[in-house]
Write a protein of this length. Sequence first.
Length: 198
Amino acid sequence: MKKVTLITALLTAVTAMAIIACNSSSASSNKETDPAFAYTTGQVNHGKYLITIMGCGDCHTPLTMGAHGPEPDTSRLLSGHPAGMPLPSVDTNALKNWILFNHTATAIAGPWGVSFSANLTPDPTGIGSWTLARFKKALKEGKYKGLDNNRTLLPPMPWPNYRNIADEDITDMFAYLKSTKPVKNLVPSPIPPTAFNK
């Protein structure tokens, strides 16, 4: 009888330690630190498909000159306008009839001033701290950084085209973006037209 009681006590202690270990490890799991942890491979793959066919990389991945002309700089995939890159002077008279892109296709000048494509990678300088709700607000409502009281996203970001995008598609796009390589790149703030060439 003493043997059975001792074995039962040992099993109870081992079970309790296992439960404590599981609870403490799940509390510090990637689910809290990495929102993409819970996404499936299917969601990530579908998100990559959507990001690709929607042409997000056309503005959010800097171009570099290759052997056959401009090509996406895959080392800076979806990282936005390169921080610190100098801009050429802008002929403000031309902006009455033209919208101008810089040579990397990440800085765009128009009557609104100069806007820069955002960093969409999961780095803290990009969307690293964003939630799915913020991403959805930015994409469907055009709110800068996905926050209610912020300005509207500037051209050429075509956010009005995405107002009716399915929530499942937004989730999958976010899953893919959160799975990409983080690129540290703090994109500059927009330049108002009054600050051109100063």
